[in-house]
Write a protein that binds this ligand. Sequence first.
Ligand code: F3S
Length: 538
Amino acid sequence: MNSDNGQKFAIAIDGPAGAGKSTIARAVAKELGYIYVDTGAMYRAMALYLLRNGMQYDTAQSDPAAFESRAALLCRDADISIRYQDNEQIVLLAGENVNPYIRTGEVSAMASASSALSCIRERMVEIQKNLALQENVVMDGRDIGTVVLPNAQVKVFLTAGVKERARRRYLEDLEKYNREVSKAQETGAGVSLKKPDLEKIEEDIRIRDERDMNRQNSPLRQADDAVLVDSSDMSVDQVMETILNLVCVKKKRPQVITAKTAGFCFGVRNAIDTVYKQAEAKENGPINTFGPIIHNEIVVEDLRKKGVGVINTVEEIDAQEGGTIIIRSHGVSKALYERALGSRARVIDTTCTFVKRIHEIVQRESLAGKHIIIIGNHGHAEVEGTMGWAEGPVTVIESKDEALAFDAPKDVPLCVVAQTTFNERKFQELVATLKSRDYNCSVENTICNATHERQTEAGKIASLADVMIVIGSRSSSNTAKLYDICSEVCDRTVFLTGAEEPDLNLTGAEKIIGITAGASTPKNIIKEVQNHVRRTEF
Ligand code: F3S
């Protein structure tokens, strides 16, 4: 898409140091198939050019005026550009790939001295502008939207609080430091890096901000038409989505809004990580999960290839000779749990803490003489498991008809719990029905917070969306509930498993396409659907 001034599509991302500009710019460029212009690498290529033409870093100190006039003369003829080859960015100096030469100490020193000169900055701006005339680009820096690409179609000023930027830099440096320490322990080499100091990093960032905002030459400032994005509480994916949606608006395409809560919840994440760790550890004997670890055939198949099987019956538990049995996040009945503990296999229990809490309530309250009511889906693994912790009468109620037909002595108090992923509104409705029938109910709303937030967010996005996509397995009950919730407020709600090629019947008139996903939907499947939606032609 060309702009009126002949410029190709350009995205300018400016902001202070440590805001994550280059990570985001790279990711956005990759997503859109644009050229990410690594301006830092271009300044290094210029420094290499100056060195190759006989300039010396020392002159910058001993005779700054001579250094500047020589640089001004030479830089006019510098031919610097950028190209992508096998997904790698190549910086070209007069057509030569100079990537191997621009990271040396000598080039760094020259780049630092020469990039401060206005003649060099002006020449680089000229080269970068030229690049943007020939390619769709994403550029990041401090003066891209104000000086280099004032006509960029999308301008973003990406920032984050000083403390947050310091924290990110600290974690990055700590990781590098720890890597070097482990390497040193293995090889006996010395450790050259210093252990990072959070307070010092924070102080350095404050000083750098001050300097960047007040320098004479191209100071850091937000362009009047730039959109401010504060990434302090945002993930990389969320920042990406924000920027990609700005591009969509410019290109008159629908925006894609993905629920923050889409995909694995903490309980599922924990269970899956545990299984993958076991598969990697390759301890002796078979590894089996009791029931599929999640309602997702792709993940289950991937685990199968890594040697993790699925068992479904008590007989299979008894028959397992050693190895490991993993209890999934849904949990199992008390009898089954004890049977597994008594087997010849080692048992790893990944029952989610929220589900365990329900087991405790059910056991305690039934021992206290209450009739347990589980509001949930008949036959669902979590519900079946929970029933098995009751020490007395237990009934599953799924619908209003069942709540109306429920019949038990009125002098026996009821304890009502919910399946963790049950529809919140429906749960309240069924509790109200039981209460209206004069049952003495104590109610524990055990719908887990992750589910509550996922359902609330899905409903909100669906109410704004022209098309709402719900991704998950056909056998996942929490995904089915998300679909129900979204369908109530968005007529064009579509259920996708992620394995099929989605046919969304987009007309081009849609403004917002919403996406959410069940608790067992892997991130890569959500990403594939997002990409598909963004690339769909009308
Ligand atoms: Fe646990 Fe809630 Fe997930 S119960 S498994 S965190 S949906």
